[in-house]
Design a protein around this ligand. Structure first.
Ligand SMILES: *[C@@H]1O[C@H](CO)[C@@H](O)[C@H](O)[C@H]1NC(C)=O
Ligand SMILES: *[C@@H]1O[C@H](CO)[C@@H](O)[C@H](O)[C@H]1NC(C)=O
Length: 177
C-alpha cells in the first residue's frame, strides 16, 4: 500500500515535470535568470550610453519595432536579435576598458547559451520565422547600417536594456499559459 502511494506520488511528479518541460519547449522559452545579465548590463550602462553621440536615432526602436511583436514571432525575433548582437554588435565594438569588456563578454556568454536553447527549438521546427519577424529583423539591420559601424555598435550596446527587458517580458511562463 505504502509502495503504491509512493509510486503514484512519483508518477504525479514526473507528469507535472513533463508538462512544465514540454510547455516551456513548445513555446521555446528561454529559461534563464535574466537578472544576472541585467545586472551585468547595469554595471556598464552609463559608461556605454555616454559614448553614444547619436541620441536622435535608434536601432531597436523600442516603441514600434519590438513592442509590436506577436507571441508567434517571439522565438524567431529573439533568435535573430541574439545573432545580431553576437555576429555584429559584439564583434564590431572595440572596448578599451578591460572591466567593461569583461561585462560584455559575460553578456555574450549568456547570449550564446540562449542561442543554443533556441537552436534546439529550430531543429525541432518550433521556431518558425514569419514574414513579420523577418521584416522586424531587416528594419533593425537597416538601422544599424545607417550609422558608421563603431557608432552603430555603441548605440546597440546602449540599447541592450531594451532587448533584455523585452526578453524578460516575452519569455515569462505566465500562470495562464
Ligand atoms: C542625428 O544627429 C547627427 C549629429 O548629431 C546628425 O549628423 C544626423 O543627421 C542626425 N540624424 C537624424 C536622423 O536626424
Ligand atoms: C514585410 O516587408 C515588405 C517590404 O517592406 C512588405 O511589402 C510586407 O508587407 C511586409 N510584410 C509583413 C507581414 O509585415
Amino acid at each position: 500500500m505504502k509502495v503504491q502511494r509512493v509510486s503514484l506520488w512519483l508518477l504525479g511528479t514526473v507528469l507535472i515535470l513533463c508538462s512544465v518541460h514540454t510547455r516551456g519547449l513548445r513555446r521555446c522559452l528561454i529559461s534563464m535568470d535574466m537578472h544576472h545579465i541585467e545586472q551585468s548590463f547595469q554595471g556598464i550602462k552609463r559608461a556605454v550610453q555616454a559614448k553614444d553621440t547619436f541620441q536622435n536615432v535608434t536601432i531597436l526602436s523600442k516603441s514600434e519595432t519590438l513592442q509590436s511583436i506577436k507571441p508567434l514571432d517571439v522565438c524567431c525575433v529573439t533568435k535573430n536579435l541574439l545573432t545580431f548582437y553576437m555576429d555584429r554588435v559584439f564583434k564590431d565594438h572595440q572596448e578599451p576598458n578591460p572591466q567593461i569588456l569583461r561585462k560584455i563578454s559575460s553578456i555574450a556568454n549568456s547570449f550564446l547559451y540562449m542561442q543554443k536553447t533556441l537552436q534546439q527549438c529550430q531543429e525541432q521546427r518550433r521556431c518558425h520565422c514569419r514574414q513579420e519577424a523577418i521584416n522586424v529583423t531587416t528594419v533593425i539591420h537597416d538601422n544599424y547600417d545607417q550609422l558608421e559601424v563603431r557608432s552603430a555598435a555603441v548605440k546597440s550596446l546602449g540599447e541592450l536594456d531594451v532587448f533584455l527587458a523585452w526578453i524578460d517580458k516575452n519569455h515569462q511562463e505566465t500562470s495562464a499559459a
